[in-house]
Design a binder for this molecule. Structure first.
Ligand SMILES: [Zn+2]
Length: 422
């Protein structure tokens, strides 16, 4: 009867609507279930009475086990449901209403609560209406991505503020743990904390390599830490450990350095400054690190390409991408009238390293062997023309001046020359 393709019966009218109808019921029931789970939690907490403050964790574990056993789900899942229920009932009631009205799914509600819970209450309240509006229109994947972007942006803007507030709390304390042992806690800026661990580790590794050393790296690190703080020196002064400094790699998008604060950085769409292995730091802090003389590895990157423009005084040989950029910009030797291809040139520090020159785009130029010699021994003065994007001025022993412009221009980005504010 259906041999002719045109004779297929049309789809049952409303079949999709039937599916969606059950979906609505699932959402309504999900909201109801979460409400009841939170009521159960409150009952548990109330029953724990006065002891709940001390044994809050035990109460929650008991509830988790009870719920998991009864629902025949894992304790982990039960814990997530309890947390979600509490978040929706107490922090995001409008989202619970949206779930009960089947305008969002439980998955959306979970992503929303998990995401916003990362934020401080003020920020959370700011973002919530926008987040909920998104949840009501976007599919789960797009919602998750968009919410993540919103949260990251909001956090960067307040990064400096939050850092300042947290900085006030810095302190050192000792926690006894028995057996004659104790932890020393140092609460301070993360960059410094990594520098401390970095230096202690570097020294400890040097000691570990000494013949006859039997301690583990962890043990040596702990000993070095106390020796340095108590005596100011490492026990026995192994010569190899002297002068070891920690290197903390700070990556600063050059564009961010030109802007006023983290809000401007976020508005310009620039990446925040980052410390390798840690994450974003306030731009004000990054600026300090860039200008200061501390032992940070300062890495300036181009806003669009991410190419390293400067490593300051931390490294004499330019990193390979910086070397390539210097040669690409000039295309040939930067000696007056010279046509030697840059690929056959040496990359010269215009202000010599020993005179304080930096390994930075604005202090590097390719020179052929001949012009390199003339520059160093021929009585010529060579300097880069400030803010020119790579032009070099040669002054002859007779006082005549020649400006050699590079084949291509690279926008100039550099940290402020103001002294660091500390
Ligand atoms: Zn040359």
């Amino acid at each position: 009867m259906f041999e002719d393709e045109f004779d297929f019966p049309p789809p049952v009218p409303g079949a999709l609507e039937f599916v969606l109808e059950t979906d609505t019921m699932v959402a309504v029931f999900a909201a109801e279930r979460l409400q009841r789970i939170d009521a159960l939690r409150e009952e548990f907490v109330a029953d724990a009475g006065t002891s709940r403050y001390r044994f809050g964790d035990v109460v929650l574990r008991g509830l988790r086990l009870e719920l998991a056993a009864a629902m025949r789900i894992s304790e982990g899942e039960a814990g997530q449901l309890i947390a979600l229920a509490e978040a929706l009932v107490h922090r995001y009631p409008a989202a619970l209403t949206a779930l009960g009205g089947a305008r969002i799914t439980q998955k959306h509600a979970t992503i929303l609560a998990d995401g916003l819970d990362e934020l401080e209450p003020d920020l959370r309240d700011d973002l919530f209406p926008r987040a909920l509006a998104l949840a009501e229109v976007e599919p789960v994947g797009a919602f998750r991505r968009e919410l993540r972007r919103m949260i990251d942006e909001a956090r960067v803007v307040t990064l400096a503020e939050r850092h300042e507030a947290a900085l006030v709390q810095r302190r050192v304390l000792v926690e006894s743990v028995g057996d004659g042992m104790a932890w020393t806690h140092h609460f301070g800026p993360e960059v410094e904390a990594h520098a401390v661990l970095g230096r202690v580790t570097a020294i400890a590794k040097t000691i570990l390599a000494q013949p006859g050393e039997t301690r583990t790296l962890d043990q040596i690190r702990a000993d070095v830490f106390s020796d340095l703080l108590i005596e100011g020196t490492v026990t026995d002064h192994p010569a190899a450990t002297r002068g070891i400094r920690a290197t903390v790699v700070v990556t600063v998008p050059a564009l961010a350095l030109l802007l006023d604060d983290d809000a401007a950085v976020a508005a310009a769409g620039s990446d925040p400054a980052r410390v390798e292995g840690i994450g974003p730091i306030p731009i004000g802090r990054a600026r300090e690190l860039c200008g200061g003389d501390a032992s940070w590895m300062r890495v300036l990157t181009h806003p669009e390409t991410g190419i390293v423009l400067s490593v300051g005084r931390d490294q004499y040989p330019p990193p390979a991408p910086l070397r390539r950029l210097v040669k690409w910009r000039a295309d040939r030797c930067m000696g007056p009238g010279c046509g030697m291809p840059a690929s056959r040139c040496e990359v010269d520090h215009t202000i010599a390293w020993e005179h304080g020159g930096t390994t930075a785009l604005q202090n590097l130029a390719p020179l052929c062997r001949g012009h390199h010699k003339v520059k160093h021994h021929g009585g010529w003065k060579v300097q880069q023309v400030p803010d020119s994007g790579g032009a070099v001025q040669w002054t002859s022993p007779l006082g005549r001046q020649y400006v050699v412009t590079p084949e291509r221009r690279v926008p100039v980005f550099r940290p402020t020359d103001d002294p660091p504010p500390f």
